[in-house]
Design a protein around this ligand. Structure first.
Ligand code: GLN
Length: 489
């Protein structure tokens, strides 16, 4: 087996028994990056030198017996998380040369655990998008079909993990950006409850929705990463001081007594036939494993979620992005006057999707429209949250597809924002409600013309019900082989 295909727990065993050193593992991953990058373009920056240094330090820690399950294991961090001394671009011209003077909390905590960071993952600019086509630098390709998108906005990290450019990655999820690319690339993507993982040092997109989470090759790895990134951080005002369990304890391969609900609003027209078939087979499997399944659950306000999200997210983005004025940091255009400089900086620094969001947000917040759009959207958000509250009174978890389709073709939706926005229809309600969700590999569906492509199964849990969704995901994974399939480049 190629070392770069290992999971975290497999790599850890080899490192612990000293069959493999972190330097060897890191070199194997770096070599894989050198081979694969030309085809997939998943990384904005490769940090070869510092990675090898970190690997040496990890080997020392292992020799001294002072290590964690993550020590010496190579990872990719999405390029919207600050890394001290290493460029953090958000795949935007605006931050092309921005080198943060500090680490995001998650990066700091992973470094403490012994992470080897091999690179920064490509993404849609400022995490706005579902296909990675909005990166200012490169379009990442889906390794299952290079003519298709990897999903977004964490497309780079997803592809990196899928092809072995990393053993695991961190992504961020504002409306689906961890789960949807995970589904498109046949990996596991985990979005924790809002407030569970610190956002300090994550470049803000929509602050009430953003959440960092693991992107891994299997469920055990997601639980392992969560053990190190979850927890209270006083530097993030929305971080919750709530005990962190050992997430690996919920990895039990049986679902007896578990109540599973299928929201009927998630099985709608527009879903690809292949996706629906795969989904029904997966749900039958969960039933076989001992769960009770109810197909008649309703989340009645689901139909308003997309509209509410595309008012709230751009409104927050518009405010968050006001800081890029060419004065404090980032790209700066020397204008004739202050206003000219600011205008030109933003005109040249931001790409078209970011500008679209700023305009949508500015409109939604403008005095005359605030009540009709922003305020209304916030009210709808409460109703969506209540739908979930009701459902979780009766069910431990809800299950649905991660996306209505498999990965689409590069260019297919890029000029049609509404179609692009629709690809997050099944994921963004969770962010509006602040609850947790995971996408796991559950089969392959025929795309109309080419080979078959991966489908993601989404398991949703209430706030702080991470353990319930991990348990269901793990039981399913143990009973199936889908997660073991790797793309051939
Ligand atoms: N695709 C959604 C958007 O463009 C979600 C992005 C995300 O989760 N960062 O807003």
């Amino acid at each position: 087996m190629n070392l770069y295909n290992l999971t975290i727990h497999q790599a850890h065993q080899l490192l612990k028994s000293k069959e493999v050193s972190s330097v060897e593992l890191t070199k194997a991953v770096l070599k894989r990056i050198a081979e694969a990058e030309e085809k997939v373009r998943a990384l904005v920056t490769v940090t070869e030198e510092s990675a090898l240094l970190q690997a040496e330090q990890a080997d020392q820690r292992i020799r001294a017996g002072d290590f964690t399950p993550l020590t010496g294991v190579p990872a990719v961090i999405k390029d919207n998380m600050c890394t001290k001394g290493i460029r953090t671009t958000c795949s935007s011209r605006m931050l092309e040369n921005f080198v943060p003077p500090y680490d995001a909390t998650v990066v700091e905590w992973l470094k403490d655990a012994g992470m080897v960071m091999v690179g920064k993952g490509n993404m849609d600019e400022f995490a706005m998008g579902s296909s990675n086509e909005h990166s200012a630098f490169a379009i990442t390709s889906n390794p299952w079909d290079l003519g298709r998108v990897p999903g977004g906005s964490s497309g780079g990290p997803a592809v990196g993990v899928a092809v072995g450019e990393a053993i695991y990655a961190l992504g961020s999820d504002t409306g689906g950006s961890i789960r949807q690319p995970a589904g498109f690339c046949n990996i596991v993507g985990f979005k924790p409850t809002y407030g569970r993982v610190s956002r300090y040092g994550l470049v803000a997109f929509a602050s009430s929705l953003d959440q960092i989470g693991p992107m891994t090759k299997d469920v055990t790895d997601s639980a392992l990463v969560m053990n190190f990134i979850a927890g209270y951080d006083p530097r993030d005002s929305t971080s919750l001081n709530y005990p962190v369990p050992d997430y690996t304890k919920s990895l039990i391969p049986d679902l007896k007594g578990l109540r599973l609900g299928i929201p009927k609003e998630y099985f709608v027209e527009g879903m690809q036939q292949g996706v629906e078939e795969v989904m029904r087979t997966a749900i039958a499997k969960l039933e076989e494993l001992g769960a009770t399944v109810d197909w008649e659950v309703s989340l009645p306000h689901t139909k308003y979620a997309l509209a509410a999200y595309y008012l709230i997210a751009p409104s927050e983005a518009m405010a968050n992005l006001a800081r890029y004025d060419g004065v404090k940091y980032g790209f700066s255009y020397e204008g004739e006057s202050m206003w000219d400089a600011m205008e030109r900086t933003r005109e040249l620094g931001f790409g078209p999707e970011v500008k679209r969001r700023i305009m949508l947000g500015t409109y939604a917040l403008s005095a005359g429209y605030y009540d009709a759009y922003y305020l209304k959207a916030q009210k709808v958000r409460t109703l969506i949250k209540r739908d979930f509250d009701e459902a979780f009174k009766e069910f431990d978890v809800l299950v649905a597809p991660t996306s209505p389709t498999v990965a689409f073709k590069i260019g297919e939706k890029v000029d049609d924002p509404l179609q692009m926005y629709l690809s997050d229809i099944f994921t963004l309600s969770l962010n509006l409600a602040g609850i947790c969700g995971i996408s796991i590999p559950c089969g392959f569906a025929e795309a109309r013309v080419s080979a078959s492509l991966p489908v993601g199964l989404q398991i949703m849990g209430d706030a702080f019900a991470e353990e319930a969704i991990l348990r269901v995901a793990y039981a399913y994974e143990q009973a199936t082989e889908w997660h073991k399939r790797r793309p051939v480049l």
